[in-house]
Structure formats: structure tokens, C-alpha cells
Design a protein around this ligand. Structure first.
Ligand SMILES: [Mg+2]
Ligand SMILES: [Zn+2]
Length: 248
């Protein structure tokens, strides 16, 4: 990718990458926050969504204003969250990253409370916990109200992100490990610019194509794992012909 100098690619050649992964629409087929808003918030949340889509506000302001429109008891919130499924290949992908000693970090504008509950219910919490981390917005449930906070954007970034994926990735790029990013949406557009290797679907794929950003299209984590297995194969019999960073 554009930010990778030949020297940097060479230095990173044989080192296991860090995998950064979006959550909503990537690990889950549906956007969980959108589901919560659709079912539990005043319909005016869609007007705020339009402002964000037009680039008039950042995702942090967007989420703060939208989540304030939710008025529902915790049982209803839990029922919406518990209706969310995940990519059936994500659990195997978590085990794959652990086997290959690749740190797996979820980076999300969505809420920690929600993500933990989805992963736990899908039986992936254990697979994800080992060596993995979650960078997401925080959520406190108080009666019928949801109170958001943004621990990973203490300093508002230039994009107005709720969780600045680009800043988190940049922070981790200071090491020698190549950065892999997996995502699906417009909240990932700054992240792909600082990754060495990007996997994209839906809106993010369209954005990468329009902007000339190199990426691998994918549908499920089986595709991501298959591509990484080809690029990273470390055994002497199957030497990695093209190092991961060189293909990014
Ligand atoms: Mg997404
Ligand atoms: Zn940002």
C-alpha cells in the first residue's frame, strides 16, 4: 500500500502480522448498532445517519446523538443483541490467528457491551480472548437509557471517529509487524490507508476500487484465512513466494 516503503516491506517480510478487524458487518453480517437503533430508537436516528454519510459529522457525534434516541428496557436491548449471528468461519479464524501467533484486534465504532455479548453468545468469547484485544466505544446501560463514551478517541481525531481505527493501527505500526485489516464499511476507509494488506467487502470494497487502494475482496473469514494461509505459509516445503507486505 502507498505508505509501505520498500525498506519497510523488506524489514517486515518474515514477521507474523497483526490482524485488525472491524466488527459490525464484518464479524456479524448485520450492523448491530443499526439494529438497536432501528428497533429501539426514535426514527429520527436516520436523519443523523444521513449527516454522517454525507460527511457532515464524524462517527463519534453521530453515535452520541443516535444512541441518545434509544428508550427501551434492558430486556429489549438484550433481545436485539441476542438475535445477531456471526460469520460461521470467525471462530476458526480466531484459532488460526492464535496458531500462527498473529495478534487479532477488533477495532469498532460499535459498543464493547454489545460486542462482548454477541461474541459470548456465539461461543467465540474464549477463542477471541486469548491474545486478542477489543478497541471499541464503551456503553453503560442505565434503565431505559444508553450512555456512550469513547475511551479510544480521548483526543478527537481529524476524522471525528468514535474509535479512530487509523490512529490505533498507526500506533501499532511502529513495530516491525505488517498490518492486516479486514472491514466492510465507510468507518474503515481511514484504516485501509494505513494497513499493509487490506481485505474489503461491500461499501469498503467500492471505496477501495474508486480510490485506487489495493485490497483483497472477501465474503467470509474463510476467504481471509485462505488468502493469509497462501501468503504466509512458512514451512520449508511451501516457502512464501510473495511476502505479505509485498502484495499489499
Ligand atoms: Mg463495519
Ligand atoms: Zn479517526
Amino acid at each position: 500500500m502507498s505508505n509501505s516503503s520498500p525498506a519497510r516491506e523488506g524489514a517486515k517480510r518474515d514477521i507474523a502480522p497483526i490482524v485488525f478487524c472491524d466488527f459490525d458487518g464484518t464479524v456479524t453480517p448485520l450492523d448491530v448498532t443499526d439494529q438497536i437503533l432501528t428497533q429501539l430508537a426514535h426514527p429520527s436516528w436516520r436523519e443523523i445517519e444521513r449527516e454522517w454519510m454525507l460527511g457532515l459529522i464524524g462517527s463519534r457525534e453521530c453515535l452520541e446523538r443516535q444512541i441518545a434516541l434509544v428508550d427501551a428496557p434492558p430486556e429489549e436491548l438484550h433481545a436485539v443483541i441476542d438475535s445477531i449471528t456471526i460469520d460461521p468461519h470467525f471462530s476458526a479464524f480466531c484459532r488460526f490467528t492464535r496458531r500462527r501467533r498473529m495478534p487479532l484486534y477488533i477495532v469498532s465504532d460499535g459498543f464493547d457491551y454489545v460486542i462482548h455479548r454477541v461474541l459470548k453468545r456465539a461461543g467465540v468469547a474464549g477463542a477471541f480472548r486469548n491474545g486478542s484485544r477489543l478497541f471499541a466505544s464503551a456503553l453503560r446501560v442505565e434503565g431505559h437509557r444508553l450512555l456512550p463514551s469513547f475511551p479510544h478517541s480521548a483526543e478527537p481525531c481529524e476524522h471525528g471517529c468514535a474509535t479512530c481505527k487509523a490512529a490505533i493501527i498507526r500506533h501499532h505500526s511502529e513495530g516491525r509487524q505488517p498490518i492486516v485489516f479486514v472491514g466492510d464499511g465507510m468507518s474503515d476507509r481511514f484504516a485501509v490507508e494505513v494497513a499493509d494488506l487490506a481485505f474489503a467487502k461491500r461499501r469498503l470494497l467500492a471505496h477501495c476500487r474508486e480510490s485506487g487502494i489495493a485490497c483483497h475482496p472477501f465474503e467470509t473469514f474463510k476467504d481471509v484465512q485462505g488468502t493469509l494461509e497462501k501468503l504466509l505459509a512458512p514451512t520449508p516445503a511451501r516457502r512464501c513466494r510473495q511476502p505479505v507486505a509485498a502484495l499489499s
